[in-house]
Write a protein of this length. Sequence first.
Length: 241
Amino acid sequence: MARDRRTLPLQLRAEVVQLIEQDGLKAGAQLPTEAELAARFGVARTTVREALKLLEQGGVIDVRHGLGRFVSALPELKRSITRLESVTEMMQSLGHTVTNRVIDVRERGASNSEAAALGVAVNSPVINLERIRSQGDDVLIFSVDVLPRHLIDGQIDQIAWSESLLDLLEARGHRVSSAAAEIRAVSLPRRIASFVGEASRGPWLLMVHVNVSETGQPLIYSHDYYRGGKFTFNVLRRRTE
């Protein structure tokens, strides 16, 4: 089992979210005290305070001075649209445990649009990776990632594709530094809806983006379908005059 490299407050934040879910604490329910949480999880009260502060900042709990901490209405997954991070990082930072299920991974030739996005020749070898991202049994994201074959050495069936794709590339000397993205509301394509099941109903957001290195080399061409009722992306707008 992979070692959890997150700091103790980050680990505890995820544990408290799990406690809320497992104990069925609804909005307005009071959390155990700092001392009770410290005893329950075997950590120092300073660690508990740091974890609770993170949960407060994330909108998961409310602090009522003189009364304690209470569960707020569990938020949608809200994220700045300008923040570049893997889905795994995003979910963990919000205190959720993400499950990545690989639907398909194979080598094939690049289509015209993929070749243009990745700066390669049409029909040149690429890796096609399709995954479902879930929180428990709740499907949140269906992602289709295409990357040039030469970025990944060895046999593709020997790669742990359920891990963060950004981390997999960085471990091979290819660091994603930015991405140009387009977001639009869509209905799930029939093929993808067949994998998602009941969650396919309702609105979905499609984010199409090309992830590039610091030198501008295209590394991943992605189509990420976000479940519309679960995600909100925020953007800061400024006047230029």
